[in-house]
Design a protein around this ligand. Structure first.
Ligand code: ADP
Length: 672
């Protein structure tokens, strides 16, 4: 805290004058310094009465008391009226003069001015604090000077200094001590400082034109000012501490509110991501708006690029109304969509909307909050809250909240529309697939009939049933017959695949002797390898049990594996081996291996062999014929039986071994 007295000029530097007077108290000598102190010449003083000359009534009383009590030496504070009619506080030091017999002969002493007073009032800027006129740097700088004025019984505080004496006091940072004269009121103005930049003037103004201040008044005021400054400093510190505490509490409350809000928004975001239809999203947003913002009326407008239509979803009294279509215009949703900025109207909605060039709706709300829904670069619509009863229903916290929710809703709506599009494409693809399978089934059927005639009649002619045929004719007929058979196999494959894909493949289950099936496939295989140096080997145990399966389909699978082996083997062996045992799940089964010493299949190619249409050598110039359907059909047929199929091993240039398993008890869930 600043020391108030330190701001005043030290008393020691203030001027002093000396004097002497007779036994009767009449001035006999006065030193010339009096003219600097009071503006009076010493000559004027000589002959005047010490106890009354230019003194105020309080000073007169005090002096007469000292003289009555003969209480010398004495020290008394008095007020002297200066030549300019200003009251100057002065401290008098009085001593008695005595002769050798101790009889009183007169008085002498010196007077000291307590506060300096400039006799000429300087020009003062009004309404503020001016720098001292002597050009010296100010000891402190102020932002505001406060005045505390006591007039009569009233105490007033203001940012304006009341009297010119007060202004002067502020300007010079000095005590102004001035009794009433002419029409000017009596004023004591004391500057004081508190806190870092706090400054003030205490002015005591007495409009009683006879008021004369005395030294006691000044001392009292000085004392009061010291206390006042101290108290103000304390108040200031207390206020600062209170303010800081308040700010901290507010900051903590704000952090807490934000945390709660973020947690809620996070939850809303998660919930929105789970919803799968627009309807669900709208309903959820509506519920949230009811809970978070006491909302009366909600509209979600969706902008549909294709046809420039708005689909607002109204809610009134908690009921979600069916969407309405509205033509694109210059309404509220269009405004936020165009500007991509939120719109908050707290009152006078009609004028506000008009100013923004927005077409006013039929019923104008008291308050309105609209935010755009933006996802990525696209604005897809707007969420609008309206209150038809209350002004100021929404504020910036609501705006922030709704903006975040709008972004989440936009993302959720975008997801839903992507999902819908995906579902549509999926359905279209499924339909296309179904049509393709149906077409294939029909076509295969249509192709098989004429083909069967070609195969059948070529065989009849070959056998000579229709009359004798020569060797050349037999060769040509054999070519026709083989090609027909090949074509029939292909068509049968296509038909099987389309039946499997359409879920229409049915098994005709019965007891199957696997040894017999292997035997029959072996004899067919011998025809396939007749021109190649290949040995057919069969390893079938005697105790191989019969199984419950579709004999034709099982034969088809085995023949396919053996045909492939024959196709891709140039020399060596083709072995069919069978065994019985248990599946990894503990189901009794038989297992059949078809092993060859042929081309082998590279590791990478093995993975895709059981997919439809896949061939290791897919080029049109490949040596071996085929459609790439065989293994995929085998896989479906074996799986329909509840078995497994795969490659046991294969090595390029060394050969391959394929296997399949079939449960002995037949397919699971088979209809008996
Ligand atoms: P395809 O009618 O073309 O033979 P598959 O589905 O039966 O159709 O066979 C697919 C492909 O797998 C064949 O084109 C061939 O590249 C390869 N493949 C099948 N079995 C063998 C095998 N035993 N040795 C070598 N490659 C084979």
């Amino acid at each position: 805290m600043s020391d108030t007295s330190a701001e005043f000029e030290p008393l020691e530097t203030l001027p002093i004058w000396t004097w002497e007077c007779s036994n009767e108290g009449v001035y006999t000598v006065c030193s010339p310094e009096i003219s600097t102190c009071l503006g009076i010449s010493p000559d004027e003083v000589v002959g005047q009465n010490l106890r009354t000359y230019r003194l105020d009534s309080a000073s007169i009383n005090r002096l007469s008391e000292i003289f009555q009590q003969d209480a010398f030496p004495a020290e008394v504070d008095v007020s002297f009226l200066s030549a300019q009619n200003a009251w100057v506080p002065v401290r008098m030091h009085l001593f008695c003069r005595r002769d050798s017999s101790d009889a009183k002969t007169g008085y002498h002493g010196f007077n000291k001015v307590l506060a300096q007073f400039d006799h000429v009032l300087p020009e003062i800027e009004t309404g503020g604090y001016a720098e001292p006129t002597n050009g010296e740097p100010a000891p402190v700088t102020y932002t505001t000077v406060r005045g505390i004025s006591i007039i009569g019984e009233e105490i007033q505080t203001s940012t304006q200094i009341w009297s010119s004496a007060g202004q002067e006091s502020a300007l010079k940072r000095k005590i102004i001590f001035q009794s009433a004269h002419n029409k000017s009121p009596a004023v004591i103005a004391v500057p004081f400082y508190f806190g870092e930049h706090g400054a003030g003037i205490l002015e005591i103004i007495d409009e009683d034109t006879h008021r004369i201040w005395n030294e006691d008044d000044l001392l009292l005021v000085e004392d009061v000012v010291k206390q006042l400054a101290l108290t103000l400093e304390n108040v200031l510190l207390y206020n600062v501490a209170q303010q800081e505490l308040l700010q901290r509490t507010r900051a903590e409350e704000e952090i807490l509110r934000r945390n709660v809000e973020l947690a809620r928004l996070n939850q809303i975001g998660q919930e929105l991501r789970r919803l799968s239809t627009q309807e669900e999203i709208f309903r959820y947003v509506f519920d949230q708006m009811q809970q978070l913002i006491d909302n009366r009326n909600l509209i979600i407008s969706l902008y549909k690029e294709e046809n420039f239509l708005w689909i607002p979803v109204h809610s009134e009294g908690g009921v979600l109304l069916p969407p309405l279509e509205r033509a694109f215009g210059n309404g509220i949703p269009e405004y936020v969509l165009r500007t991509r900025n939120p719109l908050l109207i707290t009152s006078q909605a009609k004028a506000e909307l008009h100013n923004l060039g927005i077409q006013t709706p039929d019923t104008i709300p008291q308050s309105l909050l609209a935010v755009p829904m933006i996802t990525g670069e696209r604005a897809i619509g707007a969420i609008i809250l309206q209150d038809f009863e209350k002004e100021n229903a929404y504020n910036f916290i609501h705006l922030e909240l709704l903006s975040t929710i709008a972004t989440q809703v936009a993302a959720a709506l975008e997801n839903v529309s992507l999902l819908e599009k995906l579902q549509e494409s999926l359905n279209e693809l499924k339909e296309l697939d179904r049509l393709k399978s149906q077409f294939l089934a029909n076509m295969s059927h249509e192709l098989r009939n004429p083909l069967n005639s070609i195969i059948g009649f070529s065989r009849v002619i070959m056998k000579g049933i229709d009359g004798p045929v020569n060797e050349t004719q037999i060769q040509d007929l054999t070519a026709i017959y083989n090609s027909g058979q090949h074509l029939l196999n292909l068509i049968n494959d296509v038909l099987d695949l389309s039946k499997i894909e359409a879920g229409k493949m049915e098994l005709s289950i019965g007891e199957v002797n696997m040894a017999e099936v292997i035997e029959s496939v072996m004899s067919t295989a011998s025809g396939l390898i007749k021109d190649k140096p290949i040995t057919l080997v069969q390893k079938v145990p005697d105790d191989l049990p019969s199984i419950t399966a579709d004999a034709t389909r099982v034969r088809q699978v085995l023949l396919n594996l053996v045909s492939n082996a024959a196709k891709f083997t140039e020399q060596g062996e083709i072995t069919i081996e069978a065994a019985h045992g248990q599946s990894p799940e503990g189901v009794r089964e038989i297992i059949v291996w078809v092993t060859d010493t042929g081309a082998g299949i590279a590791q990478d190619d093995q993975k895709k062999l059981f997919q439809p249409f896949s061939q290791v050598d897919g080029s049109p110039t490949r040596k071996s014929g085929g459609t790439g359907l065989g293994l995929s059909i085998c896989k479906s047929l074996i799986e329909m039986h509840g078995g497994r199929i795969g490659i046991q091993w294969s090595e390029v240039g060394k050969g391959s071994s394929f296997y399949f398993t079939l449960p002995i008890a037949g397919p699971p869930n088979q209809k008996s």
